[in-house]
Ligand binder design. Structure first.
Ligand SMILES: [Zn+2]
Ligand SMILES: [Zn+2]
Length: 325
């Protein structure tokens, strides 16, 4: 069962997806049990996952081929075996409350054929290809009828919600615009200028800047909710990854890889999530990616107030990230 249930009276949704309870439990960090011989994401085990939706080989997407069994791939996109949403979701029963059927798509992007590889070790070629895959797959699902928003994210580590150790990202295409995005869009529309462009102006070259390259800037946001939280922003105002040139994709990949490298150097094996924020139909939105490391759990106060307690100020976090002991 998969249902998008609306809050009793607020514009907020929860996704009730009981089928996902069957998914494998997360392995221990670097546990022996998920090493290459049993990992379904490893190259050579293509027959152990649902048939692929897209396979990338020699830097190109393969079409019109028996994709599910293609060998020597670089990136492989498969439907999630335990989808949170599905294209053939059954109609919902009348519950007396507002609910939408759980229509949507849930894809897993296996980022590398190798079990040992991880994003901070990716070559330029690998990271650029992954960003191109992100662009392709987001555009693919964005064009589907009934889809309003694409959530693209990566969970790394058990504490971040990853149920398999092999490096992968996920994409969930949903039939609504999430409340958080609606709120943010509204706040932006009431301002004269883009607030993200303003953030870049204010933070560039200052104490909370962590890194920059030709097209992106990486900062520890002034209002960091999480320890070592990082935001990456394109210097040029762009609302969506579909408008990115390959140079911008390379800069974005370099920025993500750098952020993860710095995090891993500061606290080895730290679990994290990164999430893409973008709105295709609103040119006023400013694309951004946020990394939320997992160093604590949201407890009573956070759940009660949505005010997060962060004991490492971002200014100190930057020092830790840039000057390892
Ligand atoms: Zn593997
Ligand atoms: Zn902007």
């Amino acid at each position: 069962m998969s249902e998008l249930r609306k809050h009793y009276f607020l514009d907020e949704y929860c996704l009730i997806a009981s089928g996902r309870a069957k998914r494998p439990s997360a392995p221990k960090a670097c546990g022996e049990d998920m090493k290459a011989h049993s990992c379904v994401f490893c190259s050579g085990h293509e027959d152990k996952t649902p048939p692929a939706k897209a396979v990338y080989k020699n830097g190109e997407i393969l079409k019109d081929t028996n994709e599910e069994l293609v060998k020597d791939w670089q990136v492989r996109c498969i439907p999630n075996l335990y989808p949170a949403l599905s294209p053939d979701a059954p109609d919902v029963e009348d519950s007396g409350f507002e609910v939408k059927k759980g229509f949507g798509y849930h894809e897993v992007i296996i980022e590398s054929p190798s079990h040992e590889n991880k994003i901070n070790l990716f070559s330029d070629e690998e990271i650029l290809l992954l960003m191109k895959v992100y662009r392709d797959r987001v555009m693919h699902y964005q064009s589907k009828e009934g889809i309003e928003y694409i959530s693209l994210f990566k969970n790394w580590g058990k504490k971040a919600g990853a149920s398999l150790e092999h490096t992968h990202s996920q994409l969930i295409a949903v039939p609504i615009i999430p409340t958080s995005i609606v709120k943010e869009k509204k706040a932006i529309s009431e301002l004269k200028n883009c607030p993200y462009c303003h953030i870049i102006e204010k933070e560039k070259g200052k104490e909370r800047q962590i890194y920059e390259n030709d097209n992106f800037i990486l900062i520890a946001p002034y209002c960091s909710k999480y320890q070592y939280e990082m935001w990456m922003l394109p210097k040029k105002h762009v609302n969506h990854i579909s408008a990115f040139t390959d140079e911008m994709l390379m800069s974005l990949g370099d920025c993500i890889r750098t952020a993860v490298k710095l995090l891993d150097r500061t606290i080895p094996e730290l679990a994290y999530n990164y999430m893409f924020f973008q709105v295709d139909h609103d040119p006023g939105y400013h694309f951004n990616v946020r990394i939320a490391p997992i160093t604590s759990i949201a407890a009573g106060f956070e759940k009660n107030t949505e005010i997060y307690i962060n004991t490492i100020p971002p200014e100190i976090a930057v020092e830790h990230l840039l000057n390892p002991e």
